[in-house]
Design a protein around this ligand. Structure first.
Ligand SMILES: [Zn+2]
Length: 205
């Protein structure tokens, strides 16, 4: 329901101006879905490929700062030799790993996130759809590991938006359709609005 429609409905119903404002405020909260959660790894390590380009590392650092300010417990580090990013094609358990897209993995998106739950299921969140929760689970699925890939074709500002969006997926959030929100699926409509992404904020599974 749109904001303006709620205000019109409120006034038509004879509500006071104050009630109209309250209704509008409530309607302004985006519907944030978070069907996945990290419950076994805290802090969650975010390991990035040392071969990332400098503007990608800066973007990732900005993204981690954003979610740290929202209460998420993240630890950003370059991968070290004894902590390989990928083992047999999969990132190591308990970690978010970040690499550049290769020509082989490149899509039309600025970023892509692949998430594995502890039960072994794999989810591609770049194109998240609401039917993700097709088994009707009533609690968040436990995240085991995540791989984020960032394209190298975007400028610094675009890469910050993409990195923040993908890190949101890596923390279990799905796309939302409010323009200006970090979790909007289109880069050109993605903004800095992080409403609903804080630890403890109400979410839908
Ligand atoms: Zn997305």
């Amino acid at each position: 329901m749109s904001l303006s429609l709620v205000i019109v409905v409120g006034l038509a119903a004879g509500a006071t101006a104050t009630a109209g404002v309250l209704l509008a405020h409530r309607a302004a909260q985006p519907q944030i879905q978070r069907p996945f959660a990290w419950s076994r790894a805290q802090p969650v390590q975010v390991l990035y490929d040392p071969a990332l380009q400098p503007h990608q590392v800066d973007a990732l650092r900005a993204a981690v700062d954003t979610f740290t300010c929202l209460g998420h417990d993240l630890q950003l580090e370059a991968a070290v030799p004894d902590a390989p990013l990928v083992i047999e094609g999969k990132p190591a358990s308990g970690r978010i790993t970040v690499t550049s897209m290769t020509p082989h993995t490149r899509t039309s998106d600025a970023g892509a996130t692949t998430l594995w739950s502890v039960n072994g299921s794999r989810y591609n969140l770049g194109g998240a759809r609401k039917d993700l929760i097709r088994d009707g689970a009533q609690r968040a699925l436990d995240i085991d590991r995540v791989r984020i890939e960032l394209d190298t074709l975007y400028d610094a500002a675009g890469t910050v938006r993409a990195a923040t969006h993908e890190l949101g997926h890596a923390l279990g959030y799905l796309d939302c359709n409010r323009e200006g929100h970090t979790m909007h699926p289109l880069l050109e409509k993605m903004g800095l609005d992080t409403t609903g992404l804080g630890v403890g904020d109400p979410v839908r599974l």
